[in-house]
Design a protein around this ligand. Structure first.
Ligand code: MSP
Length: 506
């Protein structure tokens, strides 16, 4: 089965920060998990290079927009392998192949009768690149996301007849079992926006020159959001070169992962635009929350981490010190995926020490070391502890069910419960005592085989979260099968090797 997952494409007005790493890591966890299940995965990320956010930053820095885009796009591209993110393609919206396809689709929307000329008058946020509706305006005409004054705009442009899709969108949202938007509270938010009644939106902009030219009126460029949203569709047409069009195989996308700030564009504008062009809509949009800087004073709320506030953890620095696995783990574990939550270096260190180094790293080291010490590294299991086996039974299914809904935090918690259980099992059984008594040899065999199997199973399931460390550990355990079937009990004779600490203490 094909599985197509995307991240938002990131603005190249600044260098990547932790928020961008977050969505990319989450998408990578889903992509790797689906590959383990034997699905044919296509995972797309990239950069959004047109529009006002980029044009303004370029002007401030006194460089042409494309120069800024080239420089910063490369930084996003470089971040992916550092995070161990396994994207199949990296799209840039300045790619002529993308531009040509954007024009094609939007000409089709016009031919289908959903474009008309008009005058826009209202409030605009240049950082969101968004024309705000009355309900979206903060105190004193400010942007509630960026907390900057909105600009009063009046311009002649072409409109997209969004309002024509009111009832089709309602059907999409209300289709039983469809779950177009996840999680539920974000579904409700988007559904409420829809219930408020849709107004037509600007499709083009006359003033700004940094964008995709409108083929039927060269004095205009397409509004950056439509150019950007279309990346999910256009990329499939040229990611593998001219010879291979992946659209048939992978469209519609299974899930677009996005942050909550861009919900309206992905859950309302995007499906309507596709409907207008006669293209199938994506199956799901999953909306995650914001990573927040810890509150400055007690009782206050944390603020969104953002480059402009300067309250960010630098992903490059964390990876350099601890490696990508530790960062991936922390972000998936600390903040419930779908909710907002604070992150900090202190929090990161605590999770690293108590969970990665103590709970998991120690369990892995002890297991491998005891098999070496007491059984010369060789196990020939005849049976397992039935109680532990029962607790591992069904774990793979539970993880799959969570990840089918993009619930990466609860899936990890399921795995972690088993890691804690295995640690308790070591304490209960005290293999070092069993080893002293020759009458207990069979029990020691059973305990070591149970531990080996338990660690192996949780490690198979944790590969999408910790791709580098699990690779090492599976190697040391002498069983390297990676697919999801390997996460079920399957005793077999094994030879373990030695294992360096996976998460060295600091
Ligand atoms: N270019 C648009 C998206 C176009 S998609 C067709 C854009 N880019 S962005 O670079 O500003 O932000 C993209 C995404 O980065 C957000 O939607 C979110 O997924 C992620 N994050 C940026 N800051 C974040 C946090 N502080 N916390 C969590 N994620 C955040 O919007």
């Amino acid at each position: 089965m094909p599985y197509y997952v995307t991240t938002p494409i990131y603005y190249v007005n600044a260098a990547p920060h932790l928020g961008h790493a977050y969505t990319s890591i989450a998408a990578d966890i889903l992509a790797r998990h689906q590959r383990q299940r034997g699905e044919d995965v296509f995972f797309l990320t990239g950069t959004d290079e047109h529009g006002e956010p980029v044009a303004i930053a370029a002007e401030e820095q006194g460089v042409p927009p494309l120069e800024l885009a080239d420089r910063n796009s490369q930084r996003f591209r470089d971040l992916m392998p550092l995070l161990n993110v396994s994207n199949d393609y990296f799209i840039r919206t300045t790619d002529p192949e993308h531009i040509r396809r954007v024009q094609e689709v939007l000409v089709k929307v016009r031919e289908n009768g959903y474009v008309y000329e008009g005058t826009y008058e209202g409030w605009y946020c240049p950082r969101c690149a968004d024309f705000k509706t009355e309900a979206e305006i903060g105190p004193n005409n400010t942007c509630p996301i960026h907390e900057i004054p909105l600009i009063r705009e009046r311009e002649d442009n072409y409109f997209f007849e969004l309002s024509a899709f009111q009832s089709q969108l309602e059907q999409l949202f209300d289709e039983p079992g469809r779950d177009f938007v996840m999680p539920r509270h974000r579904f409700n938010e988007a559904r409420a926006f829809l219930a408020g009644g849709l107004q037509d939106v600007s499709l083009t902009r006359p003033k700004l020159r940094w964008g995709v030219e409108v083929p039927w009126d060269r004095s205009q460029v397409f509004y950056v959001w439509f150019d950007a949203l279309l990346n999910y569709y256009t990329a499939l047409g040229f990611a593998r070169g001219k010879q291979q069009d992946l659209t048939k195989e992978f469209w519609p996308a299974d899930v677009h992962l996005i942050g909550k700030d861009i919900l309206k564009f992905h859950t309302i504008y995007w499906p309507a635009m596709l409907m207008a062009a006669g293209i199938e809509v994506p199956r799901h949009v999953f909306v995650h929350g914001f990573l927040l800087a810890p509150p400055e004073r007690e009782g206050e709320e944390g603020k969104k981490m953002s480059k402009s506030r300067g309250n960010v953890i630098d992903p490059f620095a964390v990876i350099e010190d601890y490696g990508a696995d530790a960062l991936r783990f922390y972000l998936a574990r600390e903040v419930q995926f779908g909710q907002d939550g604070p992150v900090s270096l202190e929090g990161f260190n605590t999770r690293y020490e108590t969970e990665l180094a103590n709970d998991y790293g120690n369990l892995a080291s002890r297991t491998v070391a005891m098999i070496n010490r007491y059984r010369d590294g060789h196990l020939d299991p005849t049976d397992h502890d039935a109680e532990i086996a029962a607790e591992l039974d069904g774990l793979a299914d539970a993880v799959c069910a969570h990840l089918d809904r993009c619930d990466i935090t609860p899936a990890l918690e399921e795995i972690w419960k088993r890691i804690r259980r295995l640690n308790r099992y070591v304490e209960e059984q005290q293999p070092w005592q069993l080893a002293k008594d020759p009458d207990q040899a069979a029990q020691l065999d059973r305990v070591l085989a149970t531990l080996h199997e338990g660690v192996r199973i949780v490690t198979v399931l944790m590969q999408p979260y910790l791709p580098a460390s699990t690779e090492k550990l599976l190697g040391a355990l002498g069983r390297t099968e990676r697919d999801i079937a390997a996460a079920r009990c399957s005793p077999a004779p094994v030879d373990v090797t030695t294992l360096e600490p996976l998460f060295p203490k600091r």
